[in-house]
Design a protein around this ligand. Structure first.
Ligand code: ATP
Ligand code: MG
Length: 243
């Protein structure tokens, strides 16, 4: 594998856990229960990728790094981008102009968007692609065990495309996946198991998020032989992801 680059999450602890930050040429998955911080991390990294390299982003003096935000749940908030931009002294309007926001209305649309990115990414300086959440539409459209095979097949194709996009264009890909805190509640659905081992086999880094006290969250890397085991504590503040 040729050289990769890293984007800061805004939390030193989380960056250290990830071996320096969110890496290009690979998929990083954040999974965890509702409110565990998946969407807040997505917002923060969409801002952070625009920072200059020496500050943890991927912008160079002549070229701003851009992000694509594929929102499947309608939870994207410009106000959060604004707050997180001001934190670094970035102009929120400029930051927003470098985020290509796309609302995916169903799983076919979601997949078509990623196919289209193969035409868009090489023309723009896009360094980050976010899919929040990657699984929501698929779960809703292919419910239960009887649809599991069809769902997994489509989801795997989607993930394969994202993985190719990451590798070919040196882009970081972040996907999110909501899983219940108590897997026994969803016993009938193996993709709801914490850890989600049956979910799919995509290359990359999988990060489990858990709620802790107040605005504290705990991250843990799952199944990554090249990264050290352990946990990182970070916070969700009104200005974004922090230690
Ligand atoms: P879901 O699975 O429902 O999509 P999620 O993992 O995406 O959940 P987030 O939306 O990232 O969860 O996190 C929501 C949490 O972030 C809230 O519960 C709150 O604690 C925190 N949060 C959101 N906005 C702010 C803010 N402006 N200031 C401080 N904390 C905030
Ligand atoms: Mg969310």
């Amino acid at each position: 594998r040729l050289q990769t680059h890293k984007i800061t999450t805004g939390s030193r602890n989380l960056d250290d856990l990830l071996g320096g930050g969110i890496e290009t040429k690979t998929i990083t998955e954040f999974f965890g229960e509702f409110g565990s911080g998946k969407t807040q991390i997505c917002h923060q990294v969409a801002v952070n990728v625009q920072l200059p390299i020496e500050k943890g982003g991927l912008s160079t003096p002549d070229k701003m790094a851009k992000a694509v935000y594929i929102d499947t749940e309608g939870t994207f908030r410009w106000e959060r981008i604004e707050a997180m931009s001001k934190r670094w002294g970035l102009d929120p309007d400029e930051v927003m102009s470098n985020i290509l926001y796309i609302r995916a209305i169903n799983s076919d649309h979601q997949m078509a968007i990623v196919d289209e990115l193969f035409n868009i990414v090489p023309k723009e300086n896009i360094k980050l692609v976010i899919v929040d959440s990657v699984t929501g539409h698929f779960r809703a459209e292919y419910p239960g065990r009887e649809n599991l095979a069809a769902r997994q097949q489509k989801l795997n194709r989607h993930l394969h495309q994202l993985s190719r996009l990451a590798e070919i264009y040196d882009v970081a890909v972040i996907i999110t996946n909501q899983v219940m805190a108590k897997p026994d509640v969803f016993y009938g659905d193996p993709t709801q198991a914490v850890g989600g081992h049956v979910l799919y086999h995509a290359p990359g880094v999988r990060v489990q998020l858990r709620k802790s006290r107040g605005n504290k969250r705990i991250a843990r890397i799952v199944d990554a032989p090249h990264l050290p085991e352990g946990e990182a504590v970070f916070m969700i503040t009104d200005y974004g992801i922090a230690d």
